[in-house]
Design a protein around this ligand. Structure first.
Ligand code: HEM
Length: 479
């Protein structure tokens, strides 16, 4: 077990090593491409800070939780950058997820209040409507690709939460269609070593370009309509109060208010975002908020089917809170504090299958990490996946055991060890949104349906843009 009270810096000795198996020229790039999860799993055994080589470039993987903590708590020095963010930025724009420290500060000031807990009931109402559509579409004994259904669900929930009433039904459907194509294409572009294949006029590349353009058009159309709405209202006596009230609850409402400005003044964060900035922010929220929650849910249903003991505990809790059989009712946000077992189940899913499995940072000045001097421009990596499976922190890490999150057992985890949402000032602002959506979906569907895997299906973690299950054919049976 690691000590939990290691000093923030200095004082403590950290072991450093170079990862074995580097090939001439390619370094570890091939290993990382062929079996990324196996490669990540192997690294903590070599040291607390492990050097790997990506082609000619050297990068350092923070394996010890304390080093991860030091990276994440110094976001100005260990800034967003490095191979991952450099590849994603041109594809989704310069929104909150990819922006560097200076940009980030003003963006986050504007976006953060949109995730305040007081706003959650409005988002939860949208979630419940969409979950009801998904749950109602299942048919007794008829196989369904649950992975696809969950991506459609979260795409619709995120799109509707970003824009509230301003997004039209056909445009929500377009987001649902285009987003999975975009996410798959982003992953391929992130991992392409040369970036040449992505420029060829192949069918896949055309589909990607079409999906990206369609999404950008939907977003831009909706942003412009929202931006114009206030201007129109200002010129009329009564305005469109109902629509304004609806839009006020959306994720984008604060950004739109800042864009419009009160009587020409800049917004709360001291600047007026342009329409392009609003578009980038909306695209970021769509990309960051969709496949993450969908993959957590896919893993949750997969594990629920394969772990009879844990599943029994979850179902008993759901029946106790929501009523079983004909007395059953749909879950709402007020039920969440009464579902601790369901929440522990999801936390265990997040430990083993964190959607964001690998992240990079770049140093903005000469610094050090674990005693290793790092010149400005160095690449540092950390992996929520590796942290969650570290045997020195989690005994029997491969065992799915939601009870490890009982308060009396979870209390002494070192900080930096369980980071499915990151940590520090760049921690995921959508964590409450994602957990609410995942809990409501699991509660609503699992209290009504038992989902069995189609026999013969083999599911293993696929490290793509998120850590996904791949196709997840399951057969619903009424409970
Ligand atoms: C279970 C679901 C989710 C997981 C596991 C997750 C995970 C993460 C992680 C690990 C980061 C930090 C990345 C880094 O440090 O480089 C992050 C950042 C972010 N997430 Fe999430 N996320 C989830 C859901 C959402 C949702 C629903 C939204 C929005 C609707 C969202 C929006 C964002 C944004 C905007 C950032 C960038 C924050 C910043 O850099 O300041 N996420 N997320």
């Amino acid at each position: 077990m690691y000590s939990t009270d290691a000093p923030a810096s200095g004082g403590r000795q950290f072991s450093r090593a170079a990862a074995p198996g580097a090939l001439p020229v390619l370094g570890h790039a091939l290993l990382l491409r062929r079996d990324p999860l196996g490669f990540l799993d192997s690294l903590p055994a070599h040291g607390d800070l492990v050097e790997i080589r990506l082609g000619p470039q050297r990068a350092h993987m923070a394996c010890h939780p304390e080093l991860v903590r030091q990276v994440l708590l110094r976001p100005r020095v260990f800034d967003k950058g490095g191979p991952l963010f450099d590849k994603v930025r041109p594809l989704v724009g310069n929104g909150l997820f990819t922006s560097s420290w200076e940009e980030y500060r003003k963006q986050r000031l504007l976006v953060q209040p949109a995730f305040h807990p007081s706003r959650m009931p409005r988002y939860a109402a949208v979630m419940s409507e969409e979950i009801e559509v998904l749950s109602g579409s299942l048919r007794e004994g008829r196989p369904v690709d649950l992975g696809d259904a969950l991506t459609a669900l979260t795409a619709r929930v995120t799109a509707r939460s970003i824009f509230a009433t301003r997004i039209s039904a056909p445009d929500v459907a377009e987001v649902q269609r285009s987003l999975p194509v975009l996410l798959e294409g982003i992953y391929r572009r992130m991992t392409a070593p040369l970036g040449v294949a992505e420029k060829l006029p192949t069918r896949a590349n055309r589909r990607f370009a079409h999906a990206r353009n369609s999404l950008l058009q939907v977003i831009e159309r909706t942003v412009r309509a929202s931006a114009a709405a206030r201007t129109d209202r200002a010129g009329t006596a009564d305005g469109d109060a109902a629509a304004e009230g609806d839009e006020e609850g959306s994720l984008m409402s604060l950004l739109l208010a800042a864009h419009r400005g009160a009587a020409g003044e800049p917004g709360a964060a001291g600047y007026r975002p342009t329409v392009t900035e609003l578009r980038d922010q909306a695209m970021t929220l769509l990309v960051a908020g969709t496949e993450t929650t969908a993959s957590v849910l896919a893993w949750a249903f997969h594990e629920l089917a394969g772990r009879p003991d844990a599943a029994r505990g979850v179902r008993e809790e759901l029946d106790g809170v929501l009523g079983g059989g004909t007395a059953r009712r749909e879950p709402g946000i007020a039920d969440l504090p009464r579902l601790p077992r369901t929440q522990r189940f999801l936390t265990e899913v997040l430990r083993l299958y964190p959607p964001g499995w690998l992240f990079t940072r770049t140093t903005t000045e000469d610094t050090e990490l674990g005693g290793m001097p790092l010149p400005a421009g160095s690449t540092v990596l950390f992996s929520p996946y590796m942290q969650g499976r570290n045997p020195r922190v989690f005994p029997e890490p491969g065992r799915f055991d939601p009870d490890r999150w009982l308060p009396e057992r979870a209390g002494d985890l070192p900080r930096g060890a369980m980071i499915p949402f990151g940590m520090g000032s760049r921690k995921c602002p959508g964590d409450g949104f994602g957990v609410t959506e995942a809990t409501l979906t699991l509660a609503a569907v699992a209290s009504r349906w038992r989902l069995e895997p189609v026999p013969g299906t083999v599911i293993r973690p696929l490290p793509k843009a998120a850590l996904v299950t791949g196709p997840l054919p399951m057969v619903p049976y009424r409970r």
